[in-house]
Design a protein around this ligand. Structure first.
Ligand code: HT7
Ligand code: ZN
Length: 871
C-alpha cells in the first residue's frame, strides 16, 4: 500500500465551507444528497482538479451549481470523484450517492447494528457516505436532514442542535433536521436512526446554557443508562472547573450500539458508544465496567474541546487529540476516585500495552512520520504514551503554567486544525521556555532506559546520584530526551526532608545523556525513591537490594513507589526463578513477610491499594523485562511458585480480612471507589486463598457465586474457580451461561474467563465456544472477548510450542479480514513480540505470520500489520 508521509503534508487546493446533507435511510439502499459549497483554497495550487475521496460508493448523479455535468468533465469510481477543471470561484456541487448499510460489515461509514442505523466516520469513514475532501483540515458547517420510516426509526439524531421535525406527506416516513454551527472535519459527522429508549436530564453550563443531555439505548435497558448519564453531567462540571471548558450546543447525546469497532466516538454533540461502555447495572456490570464507563464517557466528552473545537491538521497529529484527551480523562478519574490507585492502574496499562509495542516491530513515534493505514495507528503509543508526554510537560512547568498554557492552546487554536507544534507553542509562549528539546518525545520511538547509581560517602555525609539515559535503537549522536525525574530519599526510619538547588517541587530535570546530583548532610545511607508517581515513561535500572526496596515499601511517602518497590522485588524473583527453574525462590519469603505486614497495617484502611499490592507483575510484564529468548511456560511456572509462597504465608490473614471487609447484609450497591476497593481486596484475597488451598478456595468461590449480589463478586468467584480444574468449575460455568443467555455483554465476560484458562485444553474449549449460540464472528465485542483475550491474556496457550495458539489466531485474522479489516488487523498485533521468543516458538510464530502475509486478497490493514511485524 502507498505510504503517506508527514513531510509531504500540504494544504488542500479546495475548501468546503458548508455541507447540506439529505439522508434517506433504507436498509439496503440508503440515499444521500450532499450539497457542498466548494471554493478554491487561497493557500492551495490555483488551477487544480478537485479530487474527492470515496470508498465503495455508487454515484447516482452530479450537478455543478444546479446543472448536470457532461461525462468528460469528471471521473467517478467507487473510490473517488475527480472534477478535472473545476471553476476558479466558489461553486456548489450536488452529489447523489447510494450505500447499503446492511451489507456494511466493516462498521465504517453508514451501517446497521441490531436494527439501528448509525455511522462511524473517524478516521476515513465519511467517504463511505458521500464523496468528500475527507481529511481533518477541511472544516465545514453541516446541516443534516435525516429521513426514515417512522416505524423502523422513530428516533433520528444528528450533530449539533435539532431545528425541525416533520412527516413526509403520503408516506410512513418522517424526518429531522439538525444543524451544527461549529465548523468541523468530516470525521466528526454522525447520524443515528432507530428504535431506541432514552434517559435524559438537563445541565446548565457555567455560561448559563441549558443543555439537554440524553443517553439512548436498546428499549428496555433505560435503567442501565443512568450511570452513564450521571457521568456525562460530572464530566461537564469537571471540565468547567479544572480546564475552564464549557459545552457549546443545546443538546449532548450519547447512543449505545452493539456492533462497534472501538470503545466510543466523539462525534460533535452525538457521541456513539460501544454499548459495553454505556450499559451498567449491579447485576450485569462489574466495578471495572463502571470505572470504564465513567472514564470513556469523560474521554469522549472532553474531546469536545481537545479534538473537536481544536482538531488535528492531519492524522499524524492524532496524539494531539488522543494523548491530550487520555491525560484529561485520567485526571478526571483520579479526581473521582483514588489518585494513587488510579495512577498505578494507568502505569499497569502502559506497561502491559505500550511498552511491548515500543519494544517490537510495530514501534513508532507518538507522532508517526509515515503510515500506510491510519486505522492501525490508534495505538497505545499514540494514546497512552501521548498522555504521559502531557503529564511530563505539566511536571516540568508546574500546575499553574500548565493551566495557563492549556487556556492559551484552546483560545489560540479554537476552530482550527492544529499541530503538535501549535500545542507546544502555547506553553512556550506562556512560560517563555524553549520546548523544542522536549518536543523530541513526540519524535523518538522506544522506551528510554535510565541507569541510576547511588553512592553514599560516610565521611562527607553526602549521597551522590548519577543518572544516565539511553534509548534502545538510538544512535550515539541521538539527542537525549528531557526527562522529569521526581525523586526523594528514604532513610532507614522514614522519608528524609531533602532539598537541592536542582530540585523544583521534588523534580530533577535530566536533559543530558548523563547527569547527577549530590545531597549534603545525609546521616545514614538512604534509599532513593525515583520517578515518583511514575514521572516519566521509562524503564529504570538501579542496583537496589530487596531489603532496600522493601524499605521503600514500608516508608516511602509516594504511594506509587511503595507499590512499585514490591513489584520490582517480585519481578526479580520471577525472572531469576524462570531462568533457574528452581523450586525455591530466593527472596520470596522476605517479600511475603513484607506483604503480610502491609496487609496487617493497611488492608482495612485502603483495601483498593492493598488489592493492587497483592497483584504480582503479569506474565507479559515479566516477559518484557526479560526482553529476549522468552519462554512463557518458565515465566508462568516461576510466577505461580511465587504466588504459592505468598499465598501460603498470607492465607490466614486474608481469610480474616476478607471476612471483615464483607458487605453488611442488606447493604445497597454502590459503584463508588471505596465500595469497589473493598470488593477488589476481597476478591484478590479469594484468588490467593485458592492458590494456597484450591479445595478451600473452590468452596469459597462457589459460596460467593451463589450469594453474590453484584456482578463483580459473582464473576470474581467464577474467575477464581476457572483456575481450579474439575467438575465444580464446569458446572458453575454452565450455570452462569444459563443464567445470562439474554445478556450478551455478560456472556462476553464468560467467554473471556474461559479464553484465559492457562491449560492445554483451552484451544479445544475455544473451538466449542465458537460454536456457542451467543458467539458471533461478526460482533467485535464477541471476537475480542474470546480470541482477543486468548491472544493477549493467555501467554502460555497463545505461545504453545506446537504453534496451535498462533494457528487459531491466524485463522481468525484471515476469516475476519474479509468482513472487518480493522478488527482483523488489531487482533494480528498480538504477534508483535514474536522476535523476543525462544527459538521454537519464534519459528512457529513467524510461520503463522508469514502464512497470513502470503494469503491472497488481504486488506490494507492486515497487509500493513503483517508487513511491519515481519520487517
Ligand atoms: N476518536 C475515536 C477513535 C476511533 C474510532 C472509534 C470508533 C470506531 C472506529 C474508530 N477509529 C478511530 C475514539 C477515541 O479515541 O476517542
Ligand atoms: Zn479519544
Amino acid at each position: 500500500p502507498p505510504t503517506i508521509r508527514l513531510q509531504d503534508y500540504r494544504p488542500s487546493d479546495h475548501l468546503i465551507d458548508t455541507v447540506d446533507l439529505d439522508i434517506r435511510l433504507d436498509r439496503q439502499a440508503s440515499r444521500m444528497t450532499a450539497v457542498l459549497a466548494v471554493r478554491p483554497n487561497p493557500a492551495g495550487v490555483p488551477i487544480a482538479p478537485l479530487v474527492l475521496d470515496g470508498d465503495e460508493l455508487t454515484l447516482l448523479s452530479l450537478r455543478l451549481d444546479g446543472e448536470p455535468l457532461p461525462a468528460e468533465a469528471y471521473t467517478a469510481t467507487p473510490s473517488g470523484l475527480t472534477l478535472h477543471a473545476p471553476p476558479q470561484r466558489p461553486f456548489r456541487l450536488t452529489l447523489e450517492t447510494q450505500v447499503d448499510p446492511t451489507a456494511n460489515t466493516k462498521l465504517m461509514g453508514l451501517y446497521r447494528s441490531s436494527g439501528v442505523y448509525c455511522t462511524q466516520c473517524e478516521a476515513d469513514g465519511f467517504r463511505r457516505i458521500t464523496y468528500f475532501l475527507d481529511r481533518p483540515d477541511i472544516l465545514s458547517v453541516y446541516t443534516t436532514r435525516i429521513e426514515a420510516s417512522r416505524d423502523e426509526a422513530p428516533v433520528l439524531l444528528g450533530n449539533g442542535n435539532p431545528v425541525e421535525t416533520g412527516e413526509v406527506p403520503g408516506t410512513d416516513r418522517h424526518y429531522a433536521i439538525w444543524q451544527d454551527p461549529h465548523p468541523k472535519p468530516a470525521y466528526l459527522f454522525a447520524i443515528v436512526g432507530g428504535r431506541l429508549g432514552h434517559v435524559g436530564r438537563s445541565f446548565t453550563t457555567s455560561e448559563g446554557r441549558a443543555v439537554a443531555l440524553g443517553v439512548y439505548v436498546e428499549p428496555g435497558k433505560e435503567a442501565r443508562a443512568e450511570y452513564a448519564l450521571d457521568a456525562v453531567a460530572r464530566s461537564m462540571a469537571w471540565d468547567e472547573l479544572v480546564f475552564g471548558r464549557a459545552y457549546d450546543l443545546d443538546v449532548f447525546n450519547v447512543v449505545a450500539v452493539s456492533d462497534f469497532n472501538m470503545g466510543a466516538m466523539e462525534n460533535k454533540g452525538l457521541n456513539i458508544f460501544n454499548d459495553k461502555y454505556v450499559l451498567a447495572s449491579p447485576e450485569t456490570a462489574t466495578d471495572a465496567d463502571y470505572a470504564n464507563i465513567e472514564a470513556i464517557i469523560a474521554h469522549e466528552y472532553f474531546h469536545n474541546w481537545s479534538g473537536n473545537r481544536v482538531t488535528c491538521r492531519d492524522w499524524f497529529q492524532l496524539c494531539l487529540k488522543e494523548g491530550l484527551t487520555v491525560f484529561r480523562d485520567q485526571e478526571f478519574s483520579s479526581d473521582m476516585r483514588s489518585r494513587a490507585v488510579h495512577r498505578i492502574g494507568e502505569v499497569r496499562t502502559l506497561r502491559a500495552r505500550q511498552f511491548p509495542e515500543d519494544a517490537g516491530p510495530l514501534a513508532h513515534p507518538v507522532r508517526p512520520k509515515q503510515y500506510a493505514e491510519i486505522n492501525n495507528f490508534y495505538t497505545a503509543t499514540v494514546y497512552e504514551k501521548g498522555a504521559e508526554i502531557v503529564r511530563m510537560l505539566k511536571a516540568l512547568i508546574g500546575d499553574s503554567a500548565f493551566r495557563k498554557g492549556m487556556d492559551r492552546y484552546f483560545s489560540d487554536n479554537d476552530g482550527t486544525a492544529a499541530t503538535v507544534e501549535d500545542f507546544l507553542q502555547a506553553f512556550a509562549t506562556e512560560t517563555g521556555r524553549d520546548l523544542a528539546h522536549f518536543a523530541q518525545w513526540y519524535e523518538r520511538p522506544g522506551t528510554p532506559r535510565i541507569a541510576v547509581s547511588g553512592h553514599y560517602d560516610a565521611t562527607a555525609k553526602t549521597y551522590r546520584l548519577n543518572i544516565r539515559q539511553t534509548r534502545p535503537g538510538a544512535g550515539a549522536d541521538a539527542p537525549p530526551l528531557v526527562i522529569p525525574v521526581a525523586l526523594g530519599l528514604v532513610g532507614p526510619d522514614g522519608p528524609l526532608d531533602v532539598t537541592h538547588e536542582r530540585l523544583r517541587d521534588g523534580v530533577f530535570v535530566l536533559d543530558e545523556a548523563e547527569d547527577g546530583l549530590t545531597f549534603e548532610n545525609i546521616a545514614a545511607p538512604p534509599v532513593p525513591s525515583l520517578f515518583r508517581d511514575f514521572s516519566a515513561p521509562v524503564r529504570v535500572e538501579i542496583a537496589l537490594s530487596d531489603a532496600e526496596r522493601l524499605t521503600l515499601l514500608r516508608h516511602d511517602t509516594d504511594a506509587f513507589n511503595r507499590w512499585e518497590s514490591a513489584q520490582r522485588v517480585a519481578l526479580r524473583i520471577v525472572i531469576e526463578g524462570a531462568r533457574s527453574g528452581s523450586e525455591t525462590l530466593d527472596g520470596a519469603a522476605g517479600l511475603a513477610d513484607a506483604l503480610a505486614a502491609f496487609v496487617d497495617q493497611e488492608a482495612l484502611r485502603d483495601p483498593a491499594f492493598a488489592a493492587l499490592m497483592l497483584a504480582l507483575p503479569s506474565e507479559g510484564e515479566v516477559a518484557g523485562e526479560i526482553g529476549a529468548n522468552i519462554d512463557p511456560d518458565a515465566i508462568f511456572s516461576a510466577r505461580r511458585r511465587l504466588r504459592q509462597g505468598i499465598a501460603a504465608r498470607l492465607r490466614d490473614r486474608l481469610v480474616s480480612v476478607r471476612d471483615r471487609l464483607a458487605e453488611p447484609a442488606g447493604a445497597s450497591f454502590s459503584p463508588d471507589a471505596a465500595s469497589a476497593g473493598r470488593r477488589a481486596f476481597r476478591n484478590a484475597a479469594l484468588d490467593l486463598i485458592a492458590v494456597a488451598d484450591p479445595e478451600h478456595g473452590a468452596t469459597l468461590a462457589r459460596e460467593q457465586i451463589a450469594s453474590a449480589t453484584t456482578m463483580t463478586d459473582r464473576l470474581a468467584g467464577l474467575a477464581t474457580l476457572s483456575l481450579i480444574p474439575g467438575e465444580a468449575r464446569e458446572a458453575e460455568l454452565a450455570a452462569f451461561a444459563a443464567l445470562y443467555t439474554a445478556e450478551p455483554l455478560v456472556l462476553d465476560k464468560w467467554f473471556a474467563i474461559q479464553a484465559a484458562i492457562p491449560e492445554d485444553d483451552t484451544i479445544a474449549r475455544i473451538g466449542r465456544l465458537q460454536r456457542h449460540p451467543a458467539f458471533s464472528m461478526t460482533n467485535p465485542n464477541r471476537v475480542r472477548s474470546l480470541i482477543g483475550v486468548f491472544s493477549l491474556a493467555n501467554p502460555t496457550q497463545f505461545n504453545r510450542p506446537d504453534g496451535a495458539g498462533y494457528a487459531l489466531v491466524a485463522e481468525t485474522v484471515l476469516a475476519l479480514d474479509k468482513r472487518n479489516p480493522q478488527i482483523a488487523a488489531r487482533l494480528l498485533t498480538a504477534f508483535g513480540s514474536w522476535r523476543q521468543l525462544e527459538p521454537v516458538r519464534r519459528v512457529a510464530a513467524e510461520g503463522a505470520l508469514r502464512g497470513i502475509a502470503g494469503a491472497g486478497g488481504l486488506s490494507r490493514d492486515v497487509v500493513d500489520i503483517a508487513g511491519r511485524s515481519l520487517a
